[in-house]
Design a protein around this ligand. Structure first.
Ligand code: NDP
Length: 331
C-alpha cells in the first residue's frame, strides 16, 4: 500500500514539496485489530496547524511519518469481535491506502442512512462542529439573527441550514465567489454576500439591516470577526470555531481592532474544540439523521480522485476550491 508522509514543515502556504508518497508493507494483524482498505479520506483546515511544530490541542504531525485524519474504509480482514469483512467504518488513519488499527477505534457506519462519504461531513466531525458550535457554544435561540462565515464550506453550510430549521429570524452567510453565494441562497440562507466584493463590514451591515446580528459563527477570523463585532447587537454571542484567513500567514495576525466593543455590547466570545463536547454527539447523531430523512438539511461534497492528489486537494481546500466537504476518493 501507499501512504503520504510529511516531508518538511511548510512556512506560510504549503506546497506539494512538503509531502511525499511512500510505498509501505502493511503489517500483520494483532489480536483485536482490523485491516481496512480506505475508500475516502478527509482533508481539513485544522491539519495545517498540525504541520507546524508547535504545541496545540492536537500534537504536531511527525516528519517522515504518515499524516493522519478522518477516513472511511471497508474492513478486509478482522481479528476484532466487533467487525467482519465488508463492514464500512469511519476511523482516524487517512492519508494511506490501507490502515491497521484497533477495532475499538473503527466505528461501523450505517450506509442505509447516507452514503459512506457523508460520515466525513454532514454526519461526521464537521456536522458535529456546526450543530454543537451553534446550539451549545453560541447558545442559539429561536428568533436570533445568525451570521456565519465560510458559509459554503463543510461546517458553514450546515450552520446556516441548522439555524434556519431551528427557527432563526434571519441567516446571513459570506463566501468567496458569486457561485457560492448563489448556492447559499438555494440552500435557504436569507442573505449572502461575496467577501471579495468590498469591505466585509459594509456587506454585513447591508445584509443585516435594522435587525443587526445576535450570533456570529466564526470560521474565518480577522476582518470578518471585526465586522461581526461592529454589527452585533447587545448581548450577542460569538462561537469562535476557526480563523482560516490566518492559517497560512507568516507575520503577526490581524485584528479585530474593535474588540473593546464587546464590553459595552456585553458580547460573549467563546472559543471551542468540538472534541471537548463529545457528550453531545449522540444528540447530534439523532437530530441530524432526522433532518436528513426529512430533507430539512442538504449537503454538498467536492470529490478529488487519488491518494497522490490528496496534498493538492488539501492546498486547494484552503484556497476555496470546495463546495461543502472536500473529500479525496481512494482505491
Ligand atoms: P471548509 O469546507 O469551510 O473549507 C475552507 C474554506 O475556507 C474554503 O472553502 C474557503 O472558502 C474558505 N477560506 C479560505 N481562505 C479564506 C479567507 N482568507 N477568508 C475567508 N474564507 C476563506 O472547511 P471546514 O468546514 O472543514 O472548516 C471551516 C472552519 O472551521 C475552519 O476555520 C476550521 O479550522 C474550523 N473548524 C473548527 C473546528 C473546531 O473544533 N473548532 C472543527 C472543524 C473545523 P471561500 O471560497 O468562501 O473563501
Amino acid at each position: 500500500g501507499r501512504e503520504i508522509h510529511l516531508a518538511s514543515r511548510p512556512t506560510g502556504w504549503p506546497s506539494e514539496e512538503n509531502f511525499r508518497l511512500t510505498e509501505v508493507t502493511v503489517p500483520e494483524l494483532q489480536d483485536g485489530q482490523v485491516l481496512v482498505r480506505n475508500l475516502h479520506m478527509s482533508v481539513d483546515p485544522y491539519m495545517r496547524g498540525r504541520m507546524n511544530d508547535v504545541k496545540s490541542y492536537v500534537p504536531p504531525f511527525k516528519l517522515d511519518a504518515p499524516l493522519e485524519g478522518g477516513a472511511i474504509g471497508e474492513v478486509v480482514e478482522s481479528r476484532s469481535d466487533a467487525h467482519k469483512p465488508g463492514d464500512k467504518v469511519v476511523h482516524w488513519l487517512g492519508w494511506r491506502d490501507y490502515a491497521v488499527l484497533d477495532g475499538a477505534r473503527a466505528r461501523v457506519i450505517d450506509t442505509d442512512l447516507a452514503p459512506a462519504s457523508a460520515y466525513l461531513g454532514v454526519l461526521g466531525m464537521p456536522g458535529e462542529t456546526a450543530y454543537i458550535g451553534l446550539t451549545k457554544v453560541a447558545e442559539f435561540r429561536e428568533g436570533d439573527v445568525v451570521f456565519v462565515s465560510g458559509a459554503a464550506g463543510a461546517v458553514g453550510s450546515l450552520v446556516g441550514q441548522i439555524a434556519k430549521v431551528m427557527g432563526a429570524k434571519k441567516v446571513i452567510g459570506s463566501a468567496g465567489s458569486a457561485e457560492k453565494v448563489q448556492r447559499l441562497l438555494d440552500l435557504g440562507f436569507d442573505e449572502a454576500f461575496n467577501y471579495h466584493d468590498g469591505p466585509v463590514k459594509d456587506s454585513l451591515k447591508k445584509a443585516a439591516g435594522a435587525d443587526g446580528i445576535d450570533v456570529y459563527f466564526d470560521n474565518v477570523g480577522g476582518e470578518h470577526l471585526e465586522a461581526a463585532l461592529s454589527v452585533m447587537n447587545k448581548g450577542g454571542r460569538v462561537a469562535m470555531c476557526g480563523a482560516i484567513s490566518q492559517y497560512n500567514d507568516k507575520g503577526a495576525a490581524s485584528g479585530p481592532r474593535n474588540l473593546a466593543l464587546a464590553i459595552g455590547k456585553e458580547i460573549t466570545l467563546r472559543g471551542f474544540i468540538v472534541g471537548s463536547y463529545s457528550r453531545y454527539v449522540d444528540e447530534f447523531n439523532t437530530q441530524m439523521a432526522t433532518w436528513l430523512q426529512e430533507g430539512a438539511v442538504s449537503y454538498d461534497e467536492t470529490f478529488v480522485d487519488g491518494l497522490e492528489n490528496a496534498p493538492q486537494a488539501f492546498i486547494d481546500l484552503m484556497k476555496g476550491a470546495n463546495k461543502g466537504k472536500m473529500i479525496v476518493n481512494l482505491g
